[in-house]
Ligand binder design. Sequence first.
Ligand code: UDX
Length: 444
Amino acid sequence: MKKIAVVGTGYVGLVTGTCFAETGNNVTCVDIDERKVEQMRQGVVPIYEPHLDVIFERNIKANRIKFTTNLEEAVEEAEIIFLALPTPPGEDGSADLSYVLGVAETLGKIIKEYKVIVDKSTVPVGTAELVTEAVAKHANVPFAVVSNPEFLREGFAVDDFLNPDRVVIGTEDEKAKQIMTELYKPFIRDGHPLIIMDEKSAELTKYAANSFLATKITFMNEISNFCEKVGADVDMVRKGIGSDSRIGHKFLYPGIGFGGSCFPKDVSALLKSGKAVDYHFEIIDAVLRVNEGQKTSTVDKLVSYYGDLSGYTFALWGLAFKPDTDDIREAPALYIIEKLLQQRAKIKAYDPEAMENVKALLGDKIEFVDNQYDALEGAEALLIATEWGAFRNPDFDKMKELLATPTIFDGRNIFELDRMETEGFYYSSMGRKTIVPRPVTKEA
Ligand code: UDX
């Protein structure tokens, strides 16, 4: 059992704190937001993340996790202090470290014995050094700063935390290495290692992992665009290359680009970090450029199909950046909406979870409807921007009745081509042939 303080109860802090409590540790979560702390004391999870509520409640009842606004008290009791603070992009796009460094300086003033201070936020290479300097300004006891990046996917964060592919620990302090190894022991299984390295390598591992995955998706998006030009089928190419164990099947799904709170931010930040030391990442630069175009490629297809889009109404299924979340940060759907509005088209949108977030952003610029079918009423065509489960097996007859013409532009390849052919839709998807309904011919 270890005594832990987690500073910052956002997405990462809350998942981290709850999962460490789940493995028998004693956790205190600290936040400056009194209302949020009170809410959490009542057992309310302030974020949407599947399965978190169950283990959250269990650990509150077991007295293994508590909440406070008092940093000093939490730090005094703890052996390990996790910093899970926001690092929003500053004006120039680089991560703003003022929260992290502010708390680090305060820690220097309040620690009275050896502490392990862990950077959990995604921070640029070199941050551990800055945190060390900030703590050292006032500290007169020894301490260690560790970089311990997270690799959590939204919607799967609890499982990713409890069953990690790997745990990365960046420190050269021997005592901290031992403490962190003991802490993570319950999560380490055969073939899923705990890797100890220096701080900078650990910080870079996070950016390299996300940039590699974003590159893999983007590479596939380019192959998909090329498939459309030459009449190849990207699904077949995907299966063909994915079967090579060196490539693997994951993250090869083409679509309207990657979004979310991590990939776009981390890929841009890596490019920026390169510039700071006079290194230009050619690949990363290209990934960002290709992804920009990919997000609105469906609108380009609409323009080449309809010409002038003004006056047309389109149904839009999906607003979240991926299914099973209400997160719309960098969601391709938002870029599609913006471009359609520029073209003076009208939009009727539906999303199972993300509509309130888009309403708050766009107000009445587009129409929001209560279910996926209402979006189709009178619309010229349907656009699919998120692959929600509920969209995968719809009532095709009803869709044909409601749409002005049976036309679908699918940015996520959720339907089989054969099915679209039998149902008689005009169906344009990503990297696959366009299905054009056969004209009805009179029997001789
Ligand atoms: C990601 C990383 O997976 C995670 O390890 C990191 O800690 C945070 O960033 P997340 O943003 O939650 O997680 O979503 P993820 O499921 O990885 O998808 C990211 C984006 O890539 C989405 O927009 C998704 O639609 C897109 N994507 C993913 C594809 O276009 N094709 C794929 O094959 C996979």
